[in-house]
Design a protein around this ligand. Structure first.
Ligand code: PLP
Length: 433
């Protein structure tokens, strides 16, 4: 029997016994049979507008024909390319192409399969190069779920329960509540606070010359879509430079057009020493990279890192097609323009439903809508789940984030149109009503 002959519905019902809860119990677990453009097609025969894009993965839209064709063409000649044993043109072409869209100086690549691996690679690289043992990360940031990545992840404390997080120290992330309007005064206050936090850390917990790297998401993703001012990020760069600490940007979620630029580093004008890129790189095929200067990479001892599947020919070909589509269809410009449009529409919605929507935050097409309980005005994951369930019934898929699970994340594919934004937000409004 081929897989096509299965009746999928009974199989979906058996999901809890077939898959571990962490794969099967998240929200909303929409059973789908097909994806195309900005839509998922459910087993129920309904079409769902997708405002999640696999959390910033399918930036070019689902199954973009050029990406699908590139995958088919690649599969006709090579499926696997274990690094170090053979070499093939797509991995070199990809590195060459990525050089042209990354900030100057970030031009050498170690390809892997997932965001987590790219992060682990970055931290390992920093420790090897500096010969220092410690890492500083930021509260609320998410960097993956492997043991190494969890050491620097605090976005959900439950992830860290069983860890002994020795080797990493945390500094508070930019606090949106202290600077909601982004005025010069409150930005200056936040920057001062950041300086004080580092000062305290270096005085009482760890010597700066023991710190290999500082790692953070330049825009807080999983932790609730918080956008720090560029001055705050610039100060981190300055502090790192002062102490010869390497700066790592986790651009797993922000990369490949999400913020309205190729990378958040460009949006904020701050270049890290090491960058982790993944998600949007290959439109859904597993691929990631740790990126640094060739000079830094040369200092990474040969054999101290490796991969079986990283940068395989199928993924690299999908990534090359993804880069072409992002350029040809001007999707990064679209993210910027439609992002502004969506933020305006959402601001109107917030004014109308200010007892439910506490704030709307966004950069490009990376938007968070913070939901509170209408009675208590406290962050409410329950209210959010009710809204998301109703919105899904109406035909639009959103996903949640935030430390309290009360932020709706709106990350549609970058091909989304104004009409689709309007349609999705109308369904969201009906759900809120
Ligand atoms: N870093 C960030 C900012 C992420 O959003 C994620 C995934 O959501 C990761 C790292 C981990 O990536 P992956 O799930 O591909 O390992």
């Amino acid at each position: 029997m081929s897989t096509q002959d299965y009746d999928w519905k009974p199989l979906f019902e058996r999901m809890p016994e077939l898959l571990a809860p962490s794969m099967a119990k998240d929200h909303p677990n929409l059973p789908v049979v097909k994806e195309e453009g900005c839509y998922y097609y459910g087993v129920d025969g309904k079409k769902y507008l997708d405002f999640t894009s696999g959390i910033a993965v399918t930036n070019t839209g689902h199954r973009h024909p050029k990406v699908v064709q590139a995958i088919k063409d690649a599969a006709d000649s090579l499926l696997h390319g274990p690094s170090g044993v053979i070499m093939y043109d797509s991995i070199l072409k990809l590195a060459d192409q990525l050089q042209t869209v990354l900030p100057t100086g970030l031009d050498c690549f170690f390809f892997a399969n997932s965001g987590t691996e790219a992060i682990e690679g970055g931290i390992k690289l920093a420790k090897h190069v500096t010969e220092r043992p410690y890492v500083v990360s930021f509260t609320g940031c998410f960097h993956g779920r492997s043991l190494g990545a969890l050491n620097v992840t605090t976005s959900k404390s439950k992830y860290r329960k069983f860890l002994n997080p020795s080797g990493s120290y945390q500094i508070p992330y930019f606090d949106e509540d202290e600077c909601p309007q982004g005025t010069d005064d409150c930005i200056a206050f936040s920057v001062k606070k950041l300086e004080k936090d580092f000062h305290k850390l270096f005085q009482h917990q760890v010597q700066p010359d023991e710190v290999a790297c500082v790692i953070l998401e330049p825009v807080l993703g999983e932790g609730g879509y918080i956008i720090p001012p560029k001055e705050w990020l610039q100060k981190i760069r300055e502090i790192c430079d002062q102490h010869d600490i390497l700066l790592i940007f986790d651009e797993v979620q922000t990369g490949f057009g999400r913020t309205g630029d190729w990378f958040a580093a460009q949006t904020f004008g701050v270049t890290p020493d090491i960058m982790a890129i993944a998600k949007g790189i290959a439109s859904g095929i597993p691929l990631s990279a740790t990126v640094a200067s060739a000079e830094l990479m040369q200092k990474w001892p040969l054999g101290s890192h490796g991969t079986t599947f990283g940068g395989n020919p199928i993924a690299c070909s999908a990534a090359l097609a993804t880069l072409d589509v992002l350029k040809e269809e001007k999707l990064i410009e679209n993210a910027y323009e439609i992002g502004h449009y969506a933020m305006n529409q959402l601001e109107n919605l917030r004014l109308k439903y200010d007892h439910v929507i506490r704030s709307v935050r966004g950069i490009g097409l990376m938007i968070g809508i913070e939901i509170v309980d209408p009675d208590t005005q406290k962050p409410s994951g329950d209210a959010l789940l009710r809204i998301l369930d109703l919105a899904l019934e109406k035909g639009v898929l959103f996903y949640l984030c935030g430390n309290e699970g009360n932020v709706i994340r709106m990350v549609p594919p970058l091909i989304v149109t104004k009409d689709q934004i309007d349609a999705g937000l109308n369904m969201l409004e009906e759900a809120i009503e």
